[in-house]
Design a protein around this ligand. Structure first.
Ligand SMILES: Nc1nc2c(ncn2[C@@H]2O[C@H](COP(=O)(O)OP(=O)(O)OP(=O)(O)O)[C@@H](O)[C@H]2O)c(=O)[nH]1
Ligand SMILES: [Mg+2]
Ligand SMILES: [Zn+2]
Length: 314
């Protein structure tokens, strides 16, 4: 950013609205002229336009970006974004800049857990290089035995899931602790699994809309339409995002194994004979073919090699 950073007011873009950015600023900044009227609040949300200079430069600004603002009008809560910091990460779908953690949210039922879909979400999440976590919601709709079976399975994939029920207030505390220890968490998953319900539960005063399920299919109705960030205390943000069913994964054959944590960890202390081993039937391959997820890896790698189009999502 340009010099004189200490005198600038910084904020985070928390949502996009038509041609405006909604920027949240914390009021404890040195440069903030803190008038009496707003002293009771920790932060403000401002409706911002973007300096033409930035638009001409073609700078992309989206949810999660850290920006500098000027021309602040406290009465109307308006300001102008004058600069943007370089991004540390960018998640393409859902689009979020500077995310640190991806929480894949799925439900046991309504909509029911689908292994192929779960894998697609986890693999695309792994591709971001961010920390990946799994939340299984609606435990109130299944038996303890069904919970144990699914938890056993996903644990063997390398994901010890947060099992929760928002209806019965179950399992939420450890999840909340984890969310609060991350800088910027993104909740992603299919429509109707309870992403917005989770945020509404944690932040009951926020205007978060929870949807109904379609009666026939027990699936979500795409209630959340835009990405929006919410503050969890001082230094944690969580993104609610629109649900979608089939993430698109574009991955080269040599990268695929790195997206399977348990298979990939087998290569930490040993090596396959050939450096370009794709872990199919090559001699001297050290990947354990009896591992829980190997068959899924095998299907995908065969598809990639044969068609070069593993997933076409929508
Ligand atoms: N039985 C049960 N229902 C739940 C639970 N959590 C959420 N729901 C219901 O699931 C439905 C969908 O919840 P939402 O929070 O809107 O789902 P979403 O993931 O945000 O969906 P989109 O915004 O469409 O992506 C609502 O009817 C909730 O009441 C739960 O723990 N148990
Ligand atoms: Mg939602
Ligand atoms: Zn190998």
């Amino acid at each position: 950013m340009v010099p004189n950073d200490l005198e600038k007011i910084f904020g985070i873009v928390v949502a996009l609205k038509a041609n405006y950015l909604i920027v949240e600023v914390h009021l404890n900044q040195k440069s903030f002229a803190d008038p009496k009227t707003i002293r009771s609040k920790d932060s403000l949300r401002l409706l911002c336009t973007i300096r033409k200079r930035l638009l001409y430069r073609g700078v992309a600004i989206g949810v999660g970006d850290r920006v500098a603002i000027e021309a602040l009008e406290l009465k109307s809560l308006r300001a102008v974004v004058s600069d943007v910091e370089p991004r540390r990460s960018f998640l393409k779908r859902p689009p979020v800049a500077n995310a640190t953690d991806v929480f894949v949210v799925l439900s046991f039922e309504q909509p029911s857990f689908d292994f192929d879909q779960a894998s697609r979400f986890l693999l695309t999440a792994e591709q971001t290089g961010l920390s990946v976590h799994l939340i299984l919601n609606k435990s109130d709709l299944v038996s303890q035995r069904q919970i144990n079976t699914l938890v056993g399975k996903t644990t063997s994939w390398g994901y010890l899931p947060f099992v929760i029920s928002l209806k019965n207030n179950n399992g939420i505390d450890p999840l909340l602790t984890r969310l609060k220890s991350s800088n910027l968490s993104v909740l992603c998953g299919p429509s109707g699994v309870g992403k917005s319900s989770l945020l509404k539960y944690i932040l009951p005063d926020q205007p978060i809309v929870v949807g109904n399920l379609s009666r026939k299919l027990q699936k979500g109705k795409n209630t959340t339409r835009h990405v929006e960030l919410f503050s969890l205390g001082k230094s944690s943000l969580v993104a609610d995002t629109p649900g979608f069913n089939r993430p698109e994964l574009q991955v080269g054959p040599n990268e695929l194994l790195t997206l399977f944590p348990v298979l990939h960890s087998q290569l930490l202390d040993k090596q396959c004979k050939f450096r370009n081993c794709l872990h199919r039937d090559e001699p001297g391959c050290v990947v354990d073919k009896s591992s829980e997820r190997y068959h899924y890896y095998r299907e995908l790698i065969d598809e990639i090699i044969n068609f070069r189009h593993p997933f076409q999502g929508g």
